[in-house]
Design a protein around this ligand. Sequence first.
Ligand SMILES: CC(C)(COP(=O)(O)OP(=O)(O)OC[C@H]1O[C@@H](n2cnc3c(N)ncnc32)[C@H](O)[C@@H]1OP(=O)(O)O)[C@@H](O)C(=O)NCCC(=O)NCCS
Length: 209
Amino acid sequence: MNKNDIIIREEKKDDYRQVENLVRESFWNVYRPGCLEHYVIHVLRDDPAFVGELDFVMERDGVIIGQNMFMRTRIDRDGGGEVPVLTMGPICVTPALQRKGYGKFLLDYSLEKAAGMGFGAVLFEGNIDFYGKSGFGCARDFGIRYNDMPRDADTSFFLCKELIPGYLSGVTGVYRTPKGYYAEDSDVREFDKGFPPKEKLKLPGQLFG
Ligand SMILES: CC(C)(COP(=O)(O)OP(=O)(O)OC[C@H]1O[C@@H](n2cnc3c(N)ncnc32)[C@H](O)[C@@H]1OP(=O)(O)O)[C@@H](O)C(=O)NCCC(=O)NCCS
């Protein structure tokens, strides 16, 4: 990867379809047969919690090869009250250019912008092998639990990074995933009809059936 060949900029309305295609190509058959992330971003962009200033695309030679986005959400504190935090994603890099450093570059750029806007922490579900390299740890170690999962459940997929050091010190509580991330299968199927046909495959390693 050559950093000089890359531009990261805010997504524009004209990019929407191209980005939805990119997301669909990048997530297709990775976590389930087919994917829902292209529908999710379509919905999230109109959500009041969506952070337009942190909706990024990455271009190389004038072609969009990556994207990342953030939503405002909250931790419900044990004992009452809320702590505002960010959640992130989907993030992706076009399949042909994965594992060449583009994803980490886009992630680190986005996190720096989020920190610059004054956000205190980012929490989401992901693979520590990738996100750990950008300073994420297990949210459980920060005292944060995942939605309604039991206290003793394995939530090693649930990650956290403070953007303001100490932002979550003394905070324990439950993170709430914004509603927009939960898509109805029937809505995804309907939305997907507007894209070129693609075969859904059950593959080893997928998280969802
Ligand atoms: C996940 C994704 C955004 C990472 O972007 P990328 O450009 O491929 O990643 P990078 O090359 O910057 O990775 C940096 C390091 O993170 C780790 N890493 C990246 N992707 C990984 C993966 N899928 N599994 C394990 N480790 C991974 C590796 O250690 C990698 O370094 P290496 O290639 O030298 O081993 C990209 O692969 C992608 O779009 N995947 C499909 C969609 C997806 O899963 N999005 C994330 C949902 S949480």
